[in-house]
Design a protein around this ligand. Structure first.
Ligand code: ADP
Length: 474
């Protein structure tokens, strides 16, 4: 594989320092990654600032044209991108229900094209003999994007495409665990976008912190953990940066007595274990009415025990490894706590391959609120199943944590399900599904899961400020 470079002002720039990127399936080194210095970050911000006047002066149609070209170029390099994703992130090329690297690539393409098709147009508030008052949306300037390691390409696209479409320029920093796909994406983009419009720097939290405190960056969009989100908010205060913070969740799903278990089970399985559970809005706590509990546990166990966890390049692999040792340690610790409390493991729970960061698909019942596995975000392939007899108790359980990203209610009675769903404290509620997102439907959290939304018109507006234009006619 070729060398990787930073992308600054339309050029590939080498670094003086490097760090290794590890393949989580076998702990081998995938590649050396350049480590940006603070001076290089400053160069990137200066380039983005210099590129802003011309880029923001283009029409939506002109910027859309560039972004559509970018989508085509990414698609043309699709195989390489998928290979890199599987190498550095661990997800299978194909995987269970085709939710592997191909899914991430296709999602990224759908999001680039779907988002680039949108537009914010001025609104007229008043138009009479006295005055016309219009509301215009203006880009903010340089946007900093800081991304996590679970969907390196897709979340990068979620951040940068609405920023670019609305006329901002961008400095992005991928996770130090999975930086290579975005560096490659940056190489592709630099052939299409004007210089300085999209810059990519790499490094760990120190470079992230330098972005969030940088006086020439007007906004930071961040997807990652709640503690890091809070740190970013603190250091963004000095120049009153705007923020979109998409932070952790611990989504509850509530299965009512009248749910169609045969229809629900495959969807509950898929949306709990998507990306090996390493998904912000995966279903992470499953509350099931006692009358259908045993039937659902059996159906989920049947699916789970037919799954193969392994190297993502093997064609029959359903799920890959966890992305890193630290995340594996968290999953193991939560499982140990559940065992110590006498929970029942329906399947999984034992590591059989430690050549990589593997953990099997694991289902745990006879467990209650207060266990670490229920109360803390596992972000891995282990799902607690909690039995309830009164739905009011399940609603209290769903809402009792500080996080509020998503939630779901499963029932044949859509009206009743919607009434319950409206009582869940979270940014998205699904009925008879979970974790589904699309380019035109806003997505974001409440409480400690953050604020601001991504996607749709509401998501585009987050990258703009309002300018009210008051035209008095005489
Ligand atoms: P995780 O621990 O799961 O990697 P983080 O929220 O720490 O989740 O990381 C997400 C992203 O935030 C990564 O790109 C990381 O480098 C970056 N990051 C970590 N610490 C900071 C910080 N203090 N300020 C800004 N970005 C940070």
């Amino acid at each position: 594989m070729k060398d990787f470079n930073l992308i600054i002002n339309g050029k590939s720039i080498a670094a003086t320092n490097y760090f290794d990127v590890i393949n989580p399936a076998d702990k081998s080194v995938v590649a050396r990654c350049p480590k940006a210095s603070v001076e290089q970050l400053n160069d990137a911000v200066a380039a983005a600032k210099a590129a802003f006047p011309d880029w923001s002066a283009l029409t939506y149609a002109e910027r859309r044209d560039k972004l559509m070209q970018l989508a085509d170029a990414v698609e043309a390099h699709g195989k390489d991108i998928m290979t890199l994703l599987t190498k550095e992130q661990g997800k299978p090329m194909k995987g269970f229900a085709d939710l592997g690297s191909g899914f991430e690539l296709n999602g990224a393409l759908a999001w680039i094209r779907g988002t680039a098709s949108m537009e914010l147009t001025p609104e007229t508030i008043q138009d009479n003999d006295v005055a016309r008052i219009e509301l215009h949306r203006k880009p903010l300037g340089v946007v900093g994007s800081i991304t996590p390691w679970n969907y390196p390409l897709l979340i990068g696209v979620w951040h940068i495409i609405p920023a670019l479409l609305t006329g901002n320029t961008v400095v992005m920093k991928p996770s130090e665990m999975t930086p290579l796909t975005i560096l490659y994406f940056g190489e592709i983009a630099k052939e299409i976008l004007p210089k300085g419009v999209l810059n990519v720097v790499t490094g760990a939290g120190d470079i992230g912190a330098a972005i969030s405190s940088h006086e020439d960056i007007r906004k930071v969009v961040f997807t990652g953990s709640t503690p890091t989100g809070k740190a970013i908010m603190r250091s963004a205060a000095d120049n009153l940066k705007r923020l979109t913070l998409e932070l952790g969740g611990n989504d509850a799903g509530i299965v009512l007595a009248d749910a169609d278990i045969d229809a629900c089970a495959p969807k509950i399985f898929a949306t709990s274990f998507i990306n090996n559970g390493q998904t912000c809005a995966a279903l992470k706590r499953l509350y099931v009415h006692e009358s259908v509990h045993d039937q659902l546990c059996k159906a989920l166990t049947n699916i789970a025990t037919s799954m193969k966890t392994g190297n993502g390049f093997d064609e029959d692999t359903d799920f890959g490894p966890l992305q890193n040792q630290e995340q594996l340690n968290i999953v193991k610790a939560l499982a140990e706590d559940a065992k110590d409390r006498g929970a029942n493991f329906l399947c999984g729970g034992k590591v059989s391959n430690d050549n990589g960061y593997f953990y099997p698909i694991t289902l745990v019942n006879d467990i209650n609120d207060g266990s670490r596995l229920v109360d803390e975000e596992q972000f891995g392939p282990i799902l607690p199943i909690i039995k309830f007899s009164n739905v009011e108790d399940a609603i209290v359980s769903a809402n009792r944590l500080q996080v509020g990203l998503g939630g779901s209610v499963w029932s044949k009675d859509l009206e009743k399900a919607q009434i319950i769903a409206s009582r869940l404290e979270c940014g998205t509620v699904w009925i008879n599904n979970h974790a589904m997102v699309q380019p035109d439907a806003p997505f974001g959290g409440v409480k400690d899961s953050g604020f601001g939304v991504e996607f749709g018109e509401a998501g585009l507006k987050e990258y703009t400020s309002i300018q009210t234009v008051q035209i008095f006619k005489s």
